[in-house]
Design a protein around this ligand. Structure first.
Ligand SMILES: CC(C)(COP(=O)(O)OP(=O)(O)OC[C@H]1O[C@@H](n2cnc3c(N)ncnc32)[C@H](O)[C@@H]1OP(=O)(O)O)[C@@H](O)C(=O)NCCC(=O)NCCS
Length: 181
């Protein structure tokens, strides 16, 4: 299967509907540690729902839209990334990321996001890459800064999640900033 090596023993691969059982077992394992920030953790409560979630990405990827990737550490499913938005007409995409607690603190997301932005900007002509996170999500803010995003604004009550309108911070990188960084 196609695979990108991010570090020794760390692989990033497309995440597809046939991997629903492995993905769902991972969701069960990490749910409590990501639920505050990752919407699917509050929505996927059986393998069929996980398969449908992955099928949605397979369908949108087939139309050159949003897509999702898994990250395996020493063969263990440990997190993932996605292009939550992938709009080639507007030349705008948005990244999303999560890791199981055991995989954090090793720079895995920094490497994964860097590879995704490189591909999106250099090969797919994206001119703006976005990152959104809750103002309380210090780990995500630190990752955004480390990767090279610039803070733009806090969008007030711009995001409905878990039954509540939430604020989110909008960060971005423009293509020329990325290529000249
Ligand atoms: C957001 C999240 C993915 C960040 O994970 P992370 O491991 O901190 O991010 P990175 O993979 O970039 O790793 C950075 C850490 O690795 C360390 N590191 C080690 N080697 C590194 C390297 N080669 N390059 C960069 N960082 C490295 C950094 O010092 C940093 O550690 P620190 O926070 O103790 O200073 C994680 O906290 C998470 O899954 N949270 C829950 C879900 C979530 O909030 N997702 C984002 C929604 S907006």
């Amino acid at each position: 299967m196609l695979s990108l090596t991010l570090a020794e023993g760390v692989e990033m691969r497309p995440l597809e509907p046939w991997q629903a059982a492995e993905f769902y077992a991972h969701v069960e394992e990490v749910r409590d540690s990501i639920r505050a920030y990752i919407p699917f953790a509050a929505r996927l409560f059986d393998e069929d729902a996980a398969r449908a979630y992955l099928q949605g990405f397979a369908d949108s990827q087939a139309a050159d839209g949003p897509r999702i990737y898994g990250i395996w550490v020493d063969g263990v499913f440990s997190g993932g990334t996605l292009f939550r938005i992938f709009d080639t007409g507007q030349h705008v995409c948005e990244l999303g990321v999560w890791l199981g607690p055991w995989a954090r603190g090793r720079g895995i997301i920094t490497r994964a996001a860097t590879a995704m932005i490189d591909w999106a900007v250099r090969e797919r002509g994206m001119l703006r890459v976005e990152w959104g996170c809750e103002p309380s999500n210090e780990a995500s803010i630190a990752a955004a800064k480390r990767i090279g995003f610039t803070y733009e604004a806090t969008i007030r009550q711009g995001f409905n999640f878990d039954g509540r309108q939430r604020d989110y911070q909008l960060w971005s990188i423009l293509a020329d900033e990325w290529l000249n960084r």
